[in-house]
Design a protein around this ligand. Structure first.
Ligand code: PEP
Length: 249
């Protein structure tokens, strides 16, 4: 049975005091849920968050990492550094990384390899831009992103990969893909995996939807058969809203 997951991407928000406040609010909300729950604070707050959530069932994950083990990469963080502060899962390929930091499929393939070599779990993000959808190219774009960054892997690697479909036009815009648009794309993604690795692998990989998920729309999106959870940006910065989304399962 594939896992249901709700992950909050805090992006470049929250200094230490704000992080402490949000962690404390989350702990108050934290109850047993049907979904695995994760939060991704900034690098500087990862250790603090890990310690604060140690006794909870919320996993602390990273927003990014470098592919190299160490060395002359000023400003970067490696997989082993993340692991040394308790982080076992990393988000890779977020559209903001692709857009503002020029992360290509080729670079992401290297990051994927480095994370897996360090026994980390990956939430791998991808999604089309508005122009791609308007021109009917959304499946070609999404299929290409998945193949280019992931299809060099052995099937067993997918035990440690969660996919996150995030149409760029829906991220932080207030505009959400309709539940039907999300389901259609998730079904396409699962078929793309099945064609390459077979149905057993495709059926086990969790595929999250991201893009302006809110308490008001989460239940309908999560009710779709191929949507296994959400990657949540803005709404994850408020513990009550975030848990309303978690509890939509
Ligand atoms: C995200 O950043 O991954 C995201 C989905 O953001 P938002 O929920 O704010 O659209």
């Amino acid at each position: 049975m594939r896992k249901q997951i709700v992950a909050g991407n805090w992006k470049m928000n929250n200094d230490l005091a704000q992080t402490e406040a949000l962690l404390s609010d989350l702990k108050k909300q934290n109850q047993s849920s049907n979904a695995e729950v994760m939060v991704a604070p900034t690098f500087t707050n990862l250790y603090h968050a890990f310690e604060a959530l140690r006794t909870s069932n919320i996993e602390v994950v990273a927003q990014n990492m470098h592919f190299a083990a160490n060395g002359a990469y000023t400003g970067e963080i490696s997989a082993s550094m993340l692991k040394s502060v308790g982080v076992e899962t990393v988000i890779l390929g977020h559209s903001e990384r692709r857009e503002y930091f020029n992360e290509t499929d080729e670079l992401l393939a290297k990051k994927v390899d480095a994370a897996l070599a360090n026994s980390m779990r990956i939430i791998f993000c991808f999604g089309e831009e508005l122009a791609d959808r308007k021109s009917g190219n959304e499946e070609a774009v999404v299929g290409g992103q998945i193949k280019n960054a992931l299809f060099h892997l052995e099937a067993a690697a997918f035990q440690n990969i969660v996919l996150a479909y995030e149409p760029v036009w829906a991220i932080g815009t207030g505009e959400t893909a309709s539940p039907e648009q999300a389901q259609d794309m998730h079904a396409f993604i699962r078929k793309t995996l099945a064609d390459k690795y077979g149905n057993n692998i495709a059926d086990e990989v969790s595929i999250l939807y991201g893009g302006s998920v809110k308490p008001a729309n989460a239940e309908e999106i999560f009710s779709k058969p191929d949507v296994d959870g959400g990657l949540i940006g803005g709404a994850s910065l408020n513990a009550e809203d975030f848990y309303a989304i978690v509890n939509a399962f």
